[in-house]
Each structure stands twice: as C-alpha cells, then as structure tokens.
Write a protein that binds this ligand. Sequence first.
Ligand code: GAL
Length: 394
Amino acid sequence: MRARGPRVVVLAGIAVAALAFGGFAAASAATVSGKLEIFSWWTAGGEADALQALYNVYQKQYPNVKIVNATVAGGAGTNAKAVLKTRMLGGDPPDSFQVHAGHELIDTWVKAGKMEPLTSLFASQGWQKVMPRGLIDILSYQGQIWSVPVDIHRANLLWYNKKVFASAGLQPPTTFDQFFKDADVLKAKGISGFVLGDKEGWESGHAFETVLIGTLGPDAYKGLWTGKTPWTGSGVAKALQTFKRMLTYANSDHAALTWDEAAQYIQSGKGGMQIMGDWEAGWFTSKNFADYGWVPAPGNQRIYDTLSDSFGLPKGSICARTDCSPAAFSPYQQWAMQQWPTNTIVPSVIHGAAASEGWSTEYIDAIGLFVTSGDIAATQTALQKACADAGVCK
Ligand code: GAL
C-alpha cells in the first residue's frame, strides 16, 4: 500500500518535515506507514549522498514508512524528465519529485494543473520568513506557492586542481583572455585546458550559458529570456566565437563523458578548468578530493547564475533558507553564502529557471550542434527561432 491518500511531502534544507493533507494531520508520525516514492535524478557522487542523508532524517521521524528511491540517472534530469512526463501523463505520478524552480515547475506542471498548492504548508512552517523573496517568487503562480525549495545552486563556476595550477605557476582566470593564456600553458604541459564532458547534451549548453553571461553582462543576458536582447546580435556572436575557441582546448573524449566523469580529469590532474555548477563540490567531497579550487567563470564575477531544486539536502549547493548556520558548511559553501546576498542574480536556462522546457531543449540542441559545426550564423538563427517558438521573440 502506498502512502498516497495521506500524501507526505518531503523537504529539507536543514531538516525534513512531513505534511499531511486532510485527516492525516492528526496522525502521529510513528503510526504512519505505507510507501513513499521520491523521484529524482540524484545518482552521481554527492547527489546520491545528499538524497540518502535526506532519507535518513525522514526515516528517523517516520520509521514505518518505506521510502521508494525512484531515480533515473542523467545529469540535470536529462533522462528523468522524460520518464517523469510519461508517468505524470499516464496517471502514475510519484509521491514527490525533483523539479527546478522557475519555468520548469510553473510552465510544465503548475499551468497544466498537475500540482497541488503548498501555500498553507509554507504558512504553517513559516518558510516565507526564512527563504529569499526572489526564490519564493519563482515558485509562485496565481498567488499560490507550488514547490518546496531545498537548495540554491550556482551554475557559473570554474573548477580547477590547485596542485596543477600551483605547479604551472598559474592563477585561476577572471577574464576570457586569461583563460586562454592559462589554457595555452596547460596545453604545453599536455593538460587539456578546458575540461568538458558533454555526453548527455546539456553540459555544453551549461558552459555556454556562462560564456553568454560573461560576454553580455547580467542585464543583456536576462534580456535574452524576455526578448529584449536579440539572439542574432553581435553580443551572442561574440560569445559563440569565444566558446568555439574554448572548445579547441577541450579533452578529445568530451563527447563520451558525463559531467562527473569529466570531473575526474580535474581530480587526476589531467585536466585544467571545468565550467560546472556547484554540485561539483559535492562530487569532489564524495571522492574525498579536497585539492580543488573555484572561481566564477570568466567575466562572471559578482553575478550569481542561479537555480534551485525542490527537495534534498545541500550537496554543494547552499541552503535554501536564510537562517542556516554557515559553520555546518564547507569552505566553498561558506564562500557561496557570502556571495549570494551581494551578487546580481541571473537565472540559469539549462536548469529550468530562465525559460520554458521547450525553449531550453531547443537551446540545448542548438549549442550541441554548434559544438560540432562551429557555425555561428546558423546557431544564432536557431537560438532566435527557439525564442520565437516560445512566443517571447517575434
Ligand atoms: C542540476 C541539479 C543539481 C545537480 C545537477 C547535475 O540540474 O539542479 O542538483 O543534480 O543537475 O546532475
């Protein structure tokens, strides 16, 4: 028997709570039994650890509920989202599922009438007081709040191996020019300057998103998602040129590697710099690797390219609440917690915050093609079309 009627909503951050709808509210935790199916894509190092930590906390409070860990591997939900869609549309939804705050949640599921509002849960738990306003905003639609955020991720980071950089006498880059200079030095030592694993398709779009931000700046980047900045303009062309040049420094097996397999290049010292979100810190921790360093991606200083997941414990992300004690977090996370309130916040397209899923899929396809074609004009046309298909650009 599944714990369906008495729906249990799992959430974390610093704690796991359970919510009962209807008559379930009166039941005590120990008497609750049944199954609780949680659907996510958290299978990689750091991700799976965080999910398990969440389950452990929950299980202490609800020992008689059996958690069904329904995961579908694939970074950024590449495969999970398709499976979820089939299940949701087939009338077989999991009890709770991972979904990115922003357009992915609202456009795909809330507007389709597939979600239950959680506004009363937020009110009873006082979460609006401890979560950033901007985050609550992108979880809201028509006056209701629709999902429980459990982390705030930063997407626009460059990761490197401190020993490799020290022995090459390098400083991590802040500009694209410096990125290329560093990459040349690394190349001369037989090390791939730009570490990439784009087997699943989204990873090159992820790196390119940070190149767009670093080239256009936060306002013009945000304008891409409102139709104010043309995809066919000189700024996007310049970003594509820069990205094309970066790709010439990529490890030759990039098309065969996932993001976490590529991270092994940083760990082993065979790779120089990888642009990836801060779940990479969780991955390094899961491998007991501490010699990693990070800086904002080139040109991305003081800009926080952000996204948020619905449930889970911080992996490399920061806490979705504003009252978490920094002492419990790693040096990277403590740094990120200081950055968040002072940086300009921009939404991630790859991770559901900036654009609808249809639009972000077209963006991924266009950048995926660009990695092999290098055709700047055709890519800009495809990116502009994606904006038009979404009904935002003319
Ligand atoms: C993101 C997600 C992160 C992490 C990452 C890599 O979309 O928000 O929590 O799982 O994908 O899989």
